[in-house]
Design a protein around this ligand. Structure first.
Ligand SMILES: Cc1ncc(COP(=O)(O)O)c(C=O)c1O
Length: 382
């Protein structure tokens, strides 16, 4: 049987990972500044993580959500403590799209309304409801086009209020820092006003922290810098360091009802063991602090490279913007310098999403590689 051919692939086959590096069969070492798309939070094969999963699978890998699983509460307690959202309730699922899908469903159940507002350049996933609120028509099938959704631009406060006034809007969903969209950040002013308007018109504000959460920006959640408290917060990527796990944090004014949400695999024993290990490492190794400190280091390094026109993002959710398209530069970094980086829908942006325990020396390797690649005569036009 062949695989359904949907992914453009690099001809590289990593078989092993350690910290910020992955290795192929021949033992070639690659520096992973992409983290499998912001997923690797505590580094590949972290020993605490490996032994937590090993221990758990030897005891009990899975049972369904029809029994008591104290690991779920342990995970929720740790997450509440480290994030400062102890008064929220946690629902566990398996991916970012599923987290957002459940967030929209809770908002619709709670408000009794059905329309959702989203924003230019948004990416919230590929399943039915969330692809409808993603700003990419090429990934929407006819089946996905029947949702009641409205797209706005950030900072269109008056239009936002006009839409909310119609009183059919269940949720406003946004990424405080857009990932796939290219690292643009919503202004504090817009977030505060949007949050107040949502309260006024009984609409729920959903912060999609699938990519920007879990310490990636140096704060546990990217919105925390702006002083808002969204009604629902969705999480996934960094949460399991590669083990599939996602979730939503739901404000305590939104009551649960039996059967309102559900999943077979969500919150299973192995996923919880992985999630708990991730939080333990984030706390013990002070990875939020590391993300903040390394941002300052990267800022100084960027100043040494005149071809970089702008540093976008915060912490370790970064974009280096050039005035040319970076596809060739990314390839050069990967195949000549063995460095993984990421792309964005803004083709001039090189995305950097390393493990949160990346070190200064790893960035030295990146900037050395960049300088050589940018100097080469046959390099992209600069
Ligand atoms: C902000 C954001 N939301 C949701 C998703 C979807 O997550 P998943 O691919 O786990 O479904 C992504 C994935 O890139 C994302 O970046």
């Amino acid at each position: 049987m062949n695989l359904f051919d949907v992914y453009p692939l690099y001809d590289i086959t990593p078989v092993k990972g350690k910290g910020a590096f992955v290795y192929d069969k021949q033992g070639t070492e690659y520096l992973d500044l992409y983290g499998g798309h912001a997923v690797i939070s505590i580094g590949h094969s972290h020993p605490v993580y490996v032994s937590a999963i090993q221990d758990q699978v030897e005891k009990l890998g899975f049972y369904s959500n029809s029994i008591k699983n104290p690991l779920q509460k342990e995970l929720a307690d740790k997450l509440g403590k480290i994030s400062g959202f102890e008064d929220y309730n946690l629902f566990l699922c398996n991916s970012g799209a599923e987290a957002n899908e459940n967030a929209l469903k809770v908002a619709s159940f709670h408000t009794g309304k059905n329309r959702v507002i989203y924003f230019d350049n948004a990416f919230h996933g590929r399943t039915s409801g969330v692809v409808a609120v993603t700003d990419n028509e090429s990934i929407k099938a006819p089946f996905n086009l029947n949702h009641a959704v409205t797209k706005l631009s950030f900072n269109e406060i008056e239009r936002l209020e006009d839409e909310l006034k119609k009183e059919d809007v269940a949720a406003v969903i946004l990424e405080v820092i857009q990932g796939v969209g290219g690292l643009d950040e919503v202004s504090t002013e817009f977030l505060i006003v949007a949050s107040e308007l949502c309260k006024k018109y009984k609409t729920l504000l959903i912060a999609d922290e699938v990519q920007s959460g879990y310490g990636r920006t140096g704060d546990f959640f990217a919105f925390q810098k702006h002083g808002i408290r969204p009604d629902i917060i969705s999480i996934a990527k960094g949460m399991g360091n590669g083990f599939p796990i996602g979730g939503i944090l739901i404000g305590n004014s939104i009551p649960a009802r039996s059967g309102m949400l559900g999943t077979t695999f969500g919150g299973n024993h192995l996923a919880c063991a992985a999630g708990i290990a991730v939080l333990d490492v984030i706390e013990k190794e002070q990875l939020l602090q590391n993300a903040t400190e390394l941002y300052e280091y990267v800022k100084n390094k960027v100043a040494e490279v005149p071809q970089i026109k702008r540093l976008k993002g915060r912490g370790l959710m970064l974009g280096l913007e050039f005035d040319f398209e970076v596809a060739a530069l990314r390839k050069e970094l990967l195949f000549q310098h063995n460095i993984f980086t990421g792309a964005a829908s803004n083709k001039k942006l090189l995305r950097i999403l390393p493990p949160l325990n990346v070190e200064k020396e790893h960035f030295d390797i990146l900037f050395e590689g960049l300088k050589i690649a940018l100097k080469k005569e046959n390099s992209p036009k600069v």
